[in-house]
Design a protein around this ligand. Structure first.
Ligand SMILES: NC(=O)N[C@@H](CC(=O)O)C(=O)O
Ligand SMILES: [Zn+2]
Ligand SMILES: [Zn+2]
Length: 430
């Protein structure tokens, strides 16, 4: 099959006629194809890569499956996602990693790359089969106990030493469990005081970020800060990068746009870990994304069934959807405001995440001979998000009712359309 994408602006810059044959880009200068997509006014990016997705299979197929999450990812412009290990059973063995990998290939909508747990059953006590997962068919390179922090410094050190031999990275959910106790459910500050909700302090994140960059320096190994959310963490990461320490960081779409004030209605859709922060942190995160202190945007797509989410705020599960709106939120907060170019968006949503995760077929230049993993975007479309129109099995969408700018037009995985906007008229209202 061949497709011609006619007149798309590559990385928002020069228009070109991109020819794709048998899954590979074969020309930037037109040619004959079975099918032509009129892409006048559209922007072409390398397919997006999400470093942080919760797919819930195995174990919680009522909240999401590999297939439904993959469909949501393709609709959001993604061609690869890293599937977090906090499933049931946990992805802590080579077999478990291969199982998730195979489910992803069978769904065939995005490349699903399993994340391996750092510790057995995420219990924080003994290391999981890191080497066997790395050598498995799934070739795991990213390890994380996400949902929990690897809080034992000795275990973190050993894990970092171990994964260095095969170029692995630990994605840390940075949260000191003693500073963030079991009752806490939001950011500790003026709003939590006013609403009478127990919060936890920003320093619970920052002390772990600081400790981990020192462990990265000590071991010469790579640490990745998952869902960074505080200005103080950014100070530490800036300092560490200046020292040449191997640290990278991701920010979520929700931490780029949503603030603590939203908790005033006690709506659990806004309950997430790390919690929504006040304006000054949001501003610091945007600045750090634009200046390269933060390497990537990652969704932390965290689907939850209604019976886990629809409770009083204090009891509801932490987490919100992200895959389908991520690009729109980045466009609205960063591109439409002039803070970033599309070329920078390609870096933070494709090139850098692919590099961090070691995915060699993704985050590639849009050039002849490269695999056609591509995302075509209408940057000017305005969309009112309909929380009920989602490919996810869950409905904990914090963007419902909001007007966002931009719409994914087509997603291609190795030259095959995995999402096409024209075929999904119920998805959005222009
Ligand atoms: N982000 C969340 O609030 N929840 C995540 C876990 C996590 O990312 O820590 C989940 O698995 O539901
Ligand atoms: Zn987390
Ligand atoms: Zn997560």
């Amino acid at each position: 099959m061949s497709i011609l994408i006619k007149g798309a602006k590559i990385l928002g810059e020069q228009p070109a006629d991109v020819l794709i044959e048998d899954g590979v880009i074969t020309s930037l200068d037109g040619g004959t194809a079975d099918r032509t997509i009129d892409a006048d006014g559209l922007v072409l990016l390398p397919g997006l890569v999400d470093l942080h997705t919760h797919l819930r299979e195995p174990g919680r197929e009522d909240a999401e499956t590999v297939e439904t999450g993959s469909r949501a990812a393709a609709a959001g412009g993604f061609t690869a996602v890293l599937a977090m290990a906090n499933t049931n059973p946990v992805t802590d063995t080579a077999e478990a990693a291969e199982y998730v990998y195979d489910l992803g290939r069978r769904a065939g909508l995005v490349d699903v790359q399993p994340v391996g747990a750092v510790t057995k059953n995420l219990a924080g006590e003994g290391l999981a089969e890191l080497g066997l997962m790395a050598r498995s068919r799934a070739q795991v390179r990213v390890f994380s106990d996400d949902g929990r922090c690897v809080h034992d410094a000795r275990l973190m050190r050993r894990a970092l030493e171990y994964i260095r031999s095969f170029g692995g990275v630990i994605s840390q959910h940075s949260q000191d469990p003693r500073l963030a106790d079991g009752q806490a459910c939001c950011h500790e500050g003026e709003v939590s005081g006013r609403l009478g909700l127990p919060g936890w302090p920003v320093v619970a994140e920052e002390v772990i970020v600081a400790r981990d960059v020192m462990l990265a320096r000590h071991t010469g190994s790579r640490v990745h800060v998952a869902h960074v959310s505080t200005a103080g963490s950014l100070d530490v990461i800036r300092w560490a990068k200046k020292q040449g320490i191997e640290v990278t960081a991701e920010v979520t779409p929700h931490h780029l746009m949503l603030t603590t004030d939203l908790l005033a209605g006690y709506d659990p859709v806004f309950k997430v870990n790390p919690p929504l922060r006040p304006d000054e942190h949001v501003a610091a995160l945007r600045e750090a994304l634009a200046d390269g202190t933060i390497d990537a945007v990652a969704t932390d797509h965290a689907p939850h069934a209604r019976h886990d989410k629809e409770h009083a705020f204090a009891e509801a599960a932490f987490g919100m959807l992200g895959l389908e709106q991520a690009l729109q939120v980045v466009n609205t907060t960063m591109v439409a405001t002039g803070a970033m170019t599309w070329a920078q968006v390609a870096d933070v949503m494709s090139v850098n995440p692919a590099r961090i995760a070691g995915l060699s077929d993704h985050g590639r230049p849009i050039a002849v001979g490269e695999p056609a993993n591509l995302t075509l975007i209408d940057p000017a479309a305005t969309v009112t998000v309909d929380a009920d129109a989602s490919y996810s099995l869950s409905r904990n969408n914090p963007w419902g009712g909001r007007e966002l700018t931009g719409q994914v037009h087509t997603t291609l995985l190795r030259g095959v359309p995995t999402f096409e906007f024209e075929n999904q008229p119920q998805e959005a209202t222009a």
